[in-house]
Design a protein around this ligand. Structure first.
Ligand SMILES: *Cc1c(COP(=O)(O)O)cnc(C)c1O
Length: 343
């Protein structure tokens, strides 16, 4: 079996998860009659102290629904330039919501309250109306970087003072909570809406959930239908999420430990120039200037290790529940063997 480091989306359901899926009671969710989906939505809403929740096929959909519901066409969305909502959702902010984007240069994907305040447009007919701030925690392009909770609360204050909605792309919120010892209630109290993914660190095959106030989620249900995301007996997928909430959250600390071990190993490799700080389950590092990421990735492939370039000289490795101590040991023995000579 290959050592799969391209993404934490590559995980396959465990036997326990599959058994839970097979046993799920289901119904037609567009009619609100799928008991497993209802249970997952209620459980997550309660967990985060939010009024309501809606299950969707992807995190792109939960983010895009949130942006659509919070805004009107012509409004402006404020986010970091590395944000998934801007970089990896196919221009959906413009396509789905008809909004423009104000991009901020943050620190590994994290912006601060001063930057947000400075980016808010004055009440001037020439300017788009600043309407929504989107944060991402952990930051994907930022190499799994975690926000300091105080900074998120400072941004919340700015949003409240200027009547802006505040959305969190929490695709990897579970990693952040485990690494920073935060609670879901803290997040529920800080944001107007939160998107959480079940198909990354938590290891389900499909699924994300959007959380918010009851009237917001009511509107989200209409938009989900418009986007083609109203599914029928999808309780089989929700059951995987319920199983993951019981079994796969605490174990994320193991992924973080594995990421740290490999970062330390890379530090000893002569072909590596620099490593980004490792906060959670993602390691991003830079190759020496006479080596491209593509050359390294090709060599790693020959050694049965799969990883992705995140730039011409940058490589990304993501740790997840299908990588055990044994694979990490193996990786530690492979990485130092790359035949690099300083020319
Ligand atoms: C993966 C991811 C998403 C959602 O991706 P889907 O593949 O659409 O589920 C959203 N935001 C971030 C930061 C992600 O890493």
């Amino acid at each position: 079996m290959a050592i799969e480091l391209r993404s934490d989306t590559f995980t396959k359901p465990t036997p326990g998860m599959l058994a839970a899926m097979m046993a799920a009671p289901v119904g037609d969710d567009v009619f609100g009659e799928d008991p497993s989906i209802n249970q997952l939505e209620q459980r997550l809403a309660t967990m985060f102290g939010m009024e309501a929740a809606i299950f969707c096929p992807t995190g792109t959909m939960t983010n895009q629904i949130a942006i659509k519901v919070h805004t009107q066409p012509g409004d402006e969305v404020i986010c970091d330039e590395l944000s998934h909502v801007y970089q990896y959702e196919g221009g959906g902010i413009a396509f789905n919501a008809g909004c423009s984007v104000r991009l901020l240069k943050g620190d590994r994907g994290r912006i601060n309250a001063q930057q947000v305040e400075a980016a808010i447009n004055p009440d001037d007919v020439h300017k788009p109306i600043s309407r929504l701030v989107v944060l991402e925690n952990t930051s994907n392009r930022g190499g799994g970087a975690c926000y300091n909770f105080e900074e998120m609360l400072n941004i919340k204050e700015v949003c409240a003072a200027h009547n802006l909605a505040f959305h969190l792309d929490g695709a990897r919120i579970w990693n952040a909570m485990v690494a920073q010892q935060e609670t879901p209630e803290q997040y529920g109290a800080a944001f107007d809406s939160i998107s959480v993914c079940l198909s990354k660190g938590l290891g389900t095959p499909v699924g994300s959930v959007l959380l918010g106030k009851a009237d917001f989620i009511k509107k989200a249900r209409r938009v989900r239908k418009v986007f083609g995301g109203g599914m029928r007996q999808a309780g089989y997928l929700a059951a995987a999420g319920l199983y993951a909430l019981d079994h796969h959250i605490e174990r994320l600390a193991t992924d973080h430990h594995h990421a740290n071990r490999i970062a330390q190993c890379l530090q000893t490799c002569s072909w590596v120039k620099a490593i980004l700080p490792v906060d959670t389950n993602i390691v991003i590092f830079e190759t020496q200037p006479d080596l491209t990421a593509a050359e390294i990735i090709k060599w790693l492939r020959q050694h049965n290790v799969h990883c992705l370039a995140s730039g011409k000289y940058h490589i990304r490795m993501v740790f997840h529940l299908d990588l055990h101590e044994q694979e990490v040991d193996e990786l530690e023995s492979i990485l130092p063997k790359f035949p690099y000579r300083i020319s």
